[in-house]
Design a protein around this ligand. Structure first.
Ligand code: KG4
Ligand code: ZN
Length: 344
């Protein structure tokens, strides 16, 4: 161990989608640096993430981002106790850039290599600003690629209570935003425009999955919005962008809150957390905060910068993996469809 005996300092890398990120995290909860180079402006030109462009951009940025993370933390590579990296799920070419970089750094500095599950990272973002938060708790993970209702039984131990059967919540936000002319990335734009709209102006469906009441389905909602837009177009009725955005957002929030509270009640949870890009949605945060307060449940949420993709959350998750003795070899691979709880 390179830092003080009771301290574990980890250099963490994240490159699973469109952010090239590196961070230095101490003992899983103290962020010494958190550098994020976003490719959003580049992908906006194409209306969504182009995997090949994402990989190329990661290659261009990764050295600079890692160096910057060490500089901002006032550290050198030799002071790190381990290097951690997102190894899945995500875009395979994008993941490979981070995994290769982490392997090279681990070899050069002769420090352990730890592969981290991206969703485990999102959940662990909650540990950073809530020093008192410890498992067990329930967590709603809502990102561009995932919608999971998870029981965090212990550090690194998860039980998936519900998942989406089709589109992820963030994916639905992005597709609806494109359809109403808001562009990419849709989530933050719908969030903003919704504040000027009437959430009860249009009734969009709240889908239920009959045989699994904690599962989600958002593709029907997305189609309902598209049908509404086509109908207005054919009848030459003007579309109020803010009302469509607000009504769509309310439909998503209602389902997320209802399922979350069903799980809270079923499992007698006293703590409830949210994670992932959509967790920065102001309407969702307010609705969950109110629902949790009503039931005497403590509500946890990361700051918006720790909700969307970043490497500090990977450093937080890696610390508990490190403590469990997890070490990976140089055969660590990028696994695009890695499942939560699946060990590599
Ligand atoms: O967690 P994340 O950065 O990447 C994935 O792992 O997928 O999540 C990105 C997703 C995008 O779909 C984006 O539109 C959505 O999170 N998002 C939001 C908000 N900010 C980001 N969705 C709703 N409201 C927001 N404020
Ligand atoms: Zn993510």
């Amino acid at each position: 161990m390179n830092s003080r005996d009771d301290e574990v300092t980890i250099l963490a890398i994240e490159s699973s989608c469109d952010e090239t990120a590196a961070a230095v995290v101490k003992n899983g909860r103290e962020v010494c640096s958190n550098v994020i180079s976003s490719q959003i402006a580049l992908h906006t030109l194409y209306g969504g993430v182009v995997p090949e462009i994402a990989s190329r951009k990661h290659i261009e940025k990764i050295n600079q981002v890692v160096k910057e993370a060490l500089v901002q933390a006032d550290c050198t590579l030799s002071q790190m106790d381990a290097v951690a990296v997102t190894c899945g799920p995500g875009l395979v070419g994008a993941l490979l850039v981070g995994v290769s970089m982490a392997k090279a750094l681990s070899f050069a500095a002769d420090i352990p290599l730890i592969g981290v599950h991206h969703i485990e990272g999102h959940i662990s973002a909650n540990y950073i600003e809530n020093k008192d938060l410890e498992p067990p708790f329930l967590c709603l993970v809502v990102s561009g690629g995932h919608t999971h209702l998870v029981r965090v039984c212990d550090y690194g131990e998860y039980e998936i209570l519900g998942r989406t059967r089709d589109d992820a919540a963030g994916e639905a936000f992005d597709k609806v935003a494109r359809a109403i002319g808001l562009g990419y990335p849709g989530g933050p734009k719908i969030d903003k425009v919704s504040r000027e709209g009437n959430p009860d102006a249009i009734h969009f469906p709240r889908a239920k999955v009959d045989e699994a009441d904690l599962d989600f389905s958002f593709s029907g909602l997305k189609s309902a919005v598209l049908n509404y837009l086509n109908d207005c177009h054919m009848k030459e009725i003007p579309i109020c962008q803010a009302d469509v955005a607000a009504s769509f957002q309310k439909a998503v929030i209602d389902v997320l809150v209802e399922h979350s509270m069903t799980a809270v009640q079923r499992y007698g949870a006293k703590r409830f957390a949210i994670a992932g890009g959509v967790a920065s949605n102001t309407g969702l945060r307010a609705a969950l905060a109110a629902a949790c307060e009503e039931r005497g449940v403590r509500f946890y949420h990361p700051s918006p910068i720790l909700c969307t993709d970043n490497a500090a959350m990977i450093g937080a998750a890696a610390y508990y993996e490190y403590r469990r003795g997890v070490r990976h070899g140089y055969d660590l691979n990028a696994i695009p469809n890695l499942r939560l709880g699946e060990r590599v």
